[in-house]
Design a protein around this ligand. Structure first.
Ligand code: MTE
Ligand code: MO
Length: 361
């Protein structure tokens, strides 16, 4: 079963499909390792997955921030550059958005993801910095804007062109990868075949899939994905919104489906994952009584900044009826998940502790 706009099969129980987007069901992370297999990895498509071939594909790097004219790279040329491999999570800026409404009573627009718009993969490709240097990037360059080869995005009858979003040259030259492999296999169609951007720790939209060209500019660039979307709008922000979003935030999930029934009087091993874009998660606390009492979860992974830490906590529920499981992560930079997340109209960067509702019987 695949959804309109998505090529790979999306079995119910592993995915919840909304339009052209597919969220990994949190229970589908259980039993997977630190890396999320591509067949369980969420898909966020503005339109639909193009099936491109690598022999026709080329990358064009162009713009006022180059010393000379446009430079093209074939797939073979890109593959022959020195490669790097890096584990990084990829997460939609709207992951957790549904809880603004369901937990805080604050309506927001956009895909109502719960917590499954995240995955961790091992990406292999070339450094964007190497490609930009080979293309002759000039000292005057300020912004770098990758653009996809998928269809134009149209919202409310207004065409916005193909998905593209500028990043400052400092990020582009730092840790960004042009990836052609995911978990040791060629990129699947849905995740950007033949080549995608991976911008570690940044909002998912920075990781443009089906890369076709990159504009390098000596003057600041913008796109609807830095002006209209992926900024924070609302009471807590100026009328023009916050600055364009860069890093993701801190979150935790339990690997159990909402409403899961636990047998009273028995010991259950609760498992989950926590991650943060600012620094590695170093402490996770769990509450099984709706937040009245907290205890440390057992961390099952070494600390890693761009990955999640898997954890577990044993629970012997006593009373029958509804229960709430809460997990609260703290990272090495001292960030802790708050009780409520500051509202913004498009529901980005939800970071509050999520109340996972289950039952005991
Ligand atoms: N790139 C293109 N070309 N088109 C898109 O629709 N979606 C972005 C980003 N890159 C998108 C894109 C968004 S919003 C996210 S969260 C990530 O891709 C999702 O990556 P995935 O589908 O591989 O999980
Ligand atoms: Mo996204």
């Amino acid at each position: 079963v695949s959804a309109p706009g998505i090529v790979k099969p999306l079995p119910p129980g592993l995915f919840t499909v909304r339009g052209t987007n597919a969220e990994t069901d949190v229970a589908a992370f259980a039993g997977t390792g630190r890396l999320t297999p591509a067949d369980r990895f969420f898909v966020r498509n503005h339109t639909s997955t193009p099936r491109l071939g690598e022999s026709q594909w080329k990358l064009t790097v162009w713009g006022s921030g180059l010393r000379g004219g446009p430079v093209e790279f074939t797939y073979g040329q890109l593959r022959s550059l020195p490669s790097v491999t890096r584990t990084a999570f990829l997460e939609c800026a709207g992951n957790g958005r549904a809880y603004y409404d369901s937990q805080q009573g604050q309506p927001v627009t956009g895909t109502p993801w719960t917590l499954g718009a995240i995955g961790v993969a091992r990406w292999r490709g070339v450094r964007l910095a190497d490609v930009l240097r080979r293309a002759g990037i000039d000292d005057r360059a300020v912004d770098v804007m990758p653009r996809g080869l998928d269809d134009e995005f149209v919202a409310g009858g207004v065409g916005m062109g193909r998905p593209r979003r500028p990043m400052p040259v400092a990020k582009a030259m730092d840790d960004v990868i042009l990836a052609y492999e995911m978990n040791g296999e060629p990129l699947p169609y849905d995740h950007g075949f033949p080549v995608r951007v991976v911008a570690p720790s940044w909002v998912g939209i920075a990781s443009i899939k089906w890369l076709g060209d990159i504009e390098v500019s000596a003057t600041p660039l913008s796109s609807p994905w830095t002006t209209r979307y992926y900024r924070l709008f609302g009471d807590a922000y100026p009328p023009e919104g916050s600055a364009p979003l860069t890093r993701q935030t801190i979150k935790s999930l339990f690997e159990c489906a909402p409403g899961t029934a636990f047998e009273a009087g028995r010991i259950h091993r609760l498992t989950g994952r926590s991650w943060s874009a600012a620094a590695a998660v170093r402490r996770v606390e769990v509450s099984t009584d709706g937040g009245a009492h907290w205890r440390p979860a057992k961390l099952r992974d070494t600390l890693h900044r761009d990955s999640w830490v898997r954890w577990s906590a044993d629970w012997r529920p006593r009373r029958e009826g509804p229960a709430e499981l809460l997990a609260r992560a703290t990272d090495a930079a001292g960030n802790t998940q708050p009780v409520t997340s500051v509202h913004n109209a498009q529901g980005y960067l939800f970071d509050a502790v999520v109340r996972h509702r289950v039952t005991v019987r």
